[in-house]
Design a protein around this ligand. Structure first.
Ligand code: COA
Length: 155
């Protein structure tokens, strides 16, 4: 049974072990201090190291997904999908209107995952990633804040 928890100071080393193989750089200590941050970890079982991490910011009626990663030894087991499903549930519970994210154009695995959960392509940000000048695809899910139902995104 998978277990979702909020990141704590005790988890920092294990969380970095998820991020570093994917060369994702996140100041986790800064995220711990932000009251609008949702830094979540997923464990496959209680008292085992986390296998996946999600970081989102909750601002007004929007959730912005900033990072999502599974440890390389634990990919294709549905952990990232579980974290995103939990984020969608959180959005519905807290009457959010929008979940927004940017993803590298070359990241076909992540794009497939986002599409499978109903994220729509809503724009391209040219040269968004400074390390290689790669474009970002903007994707979003728009929700009716009253009912939590997904709606077509109008941009
Ligand atoms: C993208 C990433 C988070 C997916 O994590 P994961 O736990 O392996 O994903 P899941 O097992 O939940 O996969 C769910 C779906 O995503 C898609 N997917 C995941 N990995 C894929 C791959 N290598 N190729 C194609 N599709 C893939 C598939 O649709 C998959 O469903 P399926 O297994 O039923 O076919 C993981 O590969 C990762 O950490 N990558 C490096 C960091 C990154 O790119 N993060 C996203 C942008 S910040």
């Amino acid at each position: 049974m998978s277990l979702l928890t909020r990141l704590t100071r005790d988890d920092l080393v294990a969380a970095r072990a998820i991020l570093e193989p994917s060369t994702l750089r996140v100041d986790l200590e800064a995220e711990l201090a932000r009251d609008f941050a949702l830094p979540w970890l997923l464990r496959a079982e209680e008292n085992t190291p986390p296998v996946a991490l999600l970081l989102a910011w909750s601002v007004a009626d929007e959730l912005h997904l900033l990072e999502l990663a599974s440890h390389p030894d634990h990919r294709r087991r549905g952990y990232a999908r579980l974290l995103l499903t939990a984020l969608l549930a959180h959005a519905r519970t807290y009457h959010k209107r929008l979940i927004l994210l940017e993803v590298r154009r070359s990241n076909l695995a992540a794009i497939a995952l986002y599409e499978s959960l109903g994220f729509e392509h809503t724009g391209v940000r040219r040269g968004y990633y400074a390390d290689n000048d790669e474009d970002a695809l903007e994707m979003r899910i728009t929700l009716n804040p009253e009912t939590g139902t997904s709606m077509p995104s109008v941009v």
